[in-house]
Design a protein around this ligand. Structure first.
Ligand SMILES: Nc1ncnc2c1ncn2[C@@H]1O[C@H](COP(=O)(O)OP(=O)(O)OP(=O)(O)O)[C@@H](O)[C@H]1O
Length: 258
């Protein structure tokens, strides 16, 4: 993203000159308070909202020069809350991720079957594969949406709050899957996160947004400091260092009594 700005039809400027370079094999966490512009950034990358200024480039090529199908082969997006398609099984929904690779008849090749199975397995969905997706819990549906994006393949994976609705075991498993996919398939990954601890555990780089602008971007040590987080979230946080693995952790601190 090069100096990207975006405005909603209402006139609200929701992104203001944001620049971000995400490389293969890198996981970026996008952090920031409610209304900072995180989902807008996802919408702009997905093509759902056209930037009013700046450029989006994929290996130097402007995204706007690609048609939807070309883009879908290279870029998979998991939006914040997408109602699952009704009356389809989990396997069928994950297979839908393969449609940009299929011909007009949507016949599944061996490669499509393999990619679907691999994604189901990675997201712990093999046992749920034949269940109707609209009868799953919120967390299970979230894993289906992510499995669909993994089956889609491509070079770029964009996730809006992948851990939302997930219990602690499934959120750890999911972040592990994402981390592994990023490393093994050299994905360039951007994940909007609210969980600062997950960001510090799993991300390589952090982009901190506020009011549509990038407040900071860089490594965890550079960005996830007491002062920067306090400025961004307007809240007191204790920033600790886990002595076992030197990762940072964050605890909200109650304001003093009035
Ligand atoms: N469809 C829309 N029309 C007009 N303004 C919008 C629209 N969607 C979002 N906004 C505004 O744009 C700004 C950024 O919103 P965005 O959804 O990107 O925030 P966010 O960082 O994802 O927040 P959250 O953490 O609450 O999900 C907010 O001020 C929001 O009110």
């Amino acid at each position: 993203m090069r100096d990207v700005s975006a405005r909603y039809p209402s006139g609200r400027l929701a992104l203001n000159k944001v620049s971000l370079a995400v490389h293969p094999g890198e996981l970026w966490a996008v952090l920031g308070p409610n209304g900072a512009g995180k989902s807008t950034l996802v919408r702009v990358i997905s093509g759902a909202l056209r930037p009013t200024a700046g450029q989006l480039l994929l290996r130097g090529r402007p995204l706007e020069t690609m048609n939807r199908r070309q883009l879908a082969r290279r870029l998979a997006i998991v939006p914040q809350a997408a109602p699952p398609p009704a009356r389809f099984s989990v396997r069928e929904v994950v297979m839908m991720g393969r449609s940009p690779h299929q011909g007009a008849w949507m016949r599944a090749s061996d490669e499509d079957q393999d990619a679907t199975h691999r994604a189901l397995d990675a997201c712990g969905l093999v046992d749920l594969a034949e269940r109707p997706v609209d009868q799953l819990s919120g967390g299970e549906q979230r894993r289906v949406a992510i499995a669909r994006a993994l089956a889609q393949g491509g070079e770029i994976l964009v996730l809006d709050e992948p851990g939302a609705h997930l219990d602690i075991r499934h959120s750890i498993e999911l972040y592990e899957v994402i981390r592994r996919e990023v490393a093994e398939r050299r994905l360039a990954c951007v994940a909007v996160l609210h969980d600062l601890n997950a960001a510090a555990q799993y991300a390589d780089r952090i982009a901190l947004l506020k009011g549509g602008s990038l407040l900071a971007r860089g490594t965890i040590e550079e960005v996830m400091t007491y002062q920067r987080l306090k400025d961004a979230f307007e809240a007191e946080l204790y920033v600790g260092v886990n002595e076992l693995d030197r990762t940072r952790y964050f605890l909200p601190v109650r304001p003093p009594p009035p």
